[in-house]
Every structure is written in C-alpha cells, then in structure tokens.
Write a protein that binds this ligand. Structure first.
Ligand code: MD3
Ligand code: FE
Length: 204
C-alpha cells in the first residue's frame, strides 16, 4: 500500500532534551488544566485515553454535547494553558499554513489504552494539516484511507517523532492499536503522550 498524499513522517524530530522539556510543559499545564476522561456522544462510553489541551481552543467530548472545541476546561471552567514555544515553532516549520494552530490536544495513553479508527472532522479549517508529536512509550499507529474499509498501513511511532497529516491524509482513517509498555522512561506517569496541533477556525 502507498501512503496517502500529504503524509509526512519526521522520525526523531525532537532530541531527548526537547522531549523532556515538552513532557515537563505537559505536566505543568496539567496542574492548571487537569487530564479529564473524554466520553462518547450519546452513550457516555469512556475513551481509553485521558485528555487535556493547550491553546485558545481545546477539543472535548461528553455524553450530552458530543465532540466539539471549547475555550475552557470542562471541569474547572478555566481557559486552557498557553502552548510551549517549541510547539508554536514546530507548527511554523512544518504546517505550511498561514495562521497559527488554535488547539493542541494532549492524549495520555497508559499501557492498555488505544484509539479506534476514526477521522478528525470537527474543524472548519480542514485545509490545514494536523501536526502530531509522540512522547514516551512507542505506539503502533494505523493509517487507512478515506473509507473505513480498505487497506491500512502500520507505523511504529517513537518518542520525539513528528507526523504531519496534510492534503489527502488529513481525511484518512487512523488510530492507535497498542502501546509498547516500558519502551521509554521519559514520562513520569508512564505510558505515551501524543500532542496534536490543529487549526480549528478558518483564518481571516
Ligand atoms: C491522520 N491521535 O488525537 S496522532 C487524535 O497518537 C489522534 O494520539 C493519535 O488520532 C494519537 O485525533 C494519532 C496522528 C494523527 C492525528 C490526526 C490525524 C493522524 C491523523 C488526522 C487525520 C489523519
Ligand atoms: Fe485523530
């Protein structure tokens, strides 16, 4: 299978010191904006990851209102913390988008967490790439095509890797099948952190 157009894999983009700095920023942000348990629309079924966000907007989901972006934390009502400068810089370097990202979703995967195949489609600015940073334990990432059926491609994502999902890849199904426990010692609470930067509203 050939990878979709617009998909870029940048392994080892961040060195170990930068990875540690980003993890530290997440832990400090989580003191202001604690990790919350996202729940599926209607059923209220919990996702296996925990989440928080950086930036003017944050992605949230609950039983009552479903998937959406909000300016404030669902439990504290406070604005999301500012993103670390390194992420703003990364977006400028790789997104090729003329406006800054608005949301940086932080997913925490403990050893048994996974994310089923889905498409990210809650943004108006679907012309903007999604930029992802992996930190901590390795994960098996799966990338499919624009329909749920059809072939998928598996990729191991390691701490410090960056993935840019632009062009056609932005509309592709993807998910995380498994976490390889204990493959990194960088995350104090263990497991894997994934940061995804997204432009939500159309600029201008
Ligand atoms: C491909 N996160 O938060 S990041 C998500 O590792 C999400 O936590 C995964 O899927 C994770 O929505 C995968 C890579 C990624 C992010 C967004 C995409 C791949 C994507 C959007 C479209 C296509
Ligand atoms: Fe996604």
């Amino acid at each position: 299978m050939t990878l979709p157009q617009g998909f870029r894999f940048l392994p080892g983009y961040f060195d170990r010191a930068q990875q540690a700095g980003l993890i530290d920023a997440v832990i400090r942000a989580a003191q202001i904006a604690p990790f919350f348990k996202p729940r599926m629309p209607r059923t209220g079924q919990p996702l296996s990851v925990d989440m928080t966000n950086f930036g003017p907007l944050g992605w949230v989901t609950d039983k009552e209102k479903g998937y959406r972006y909000e300016e404030t934390h669902p439990e504290t009502g406070a604005p999301w913390p500012d993103p670390p400068a390194l992420l703003t810089q990364l977006w400028q370097e790789v997104s090729n988008y003329p406006a800054p990202f608005e949301a940086c979703l932080v997913n925490h995967y403990s050893e048994n967490a996974k994310m089923g195949l889905h498409i990210d489609w809650d943004e108006e600015a679907t012309d903007a790439a999604v930029v992802s940073v992996s930190l901590g334990d390795k994960a098996r990432f799966r990338l499919g095509g624009p329909t749920r059926k059809g072939k998928t491609h598996s990729l191991e994502l390691s701490s410090g890797d960056v993935v840019v999902l632009g062009g056609e890849s932005r509309r592709c199904y993807h998910g995380v099948d498994r976490i390889y426990r204990g493959t990194s010692t960088l995350v104090p609470m263990g497991g894997r952190l994934n940061l995804t930067m997204r432009r939500v509203t159309l600029p201008g």
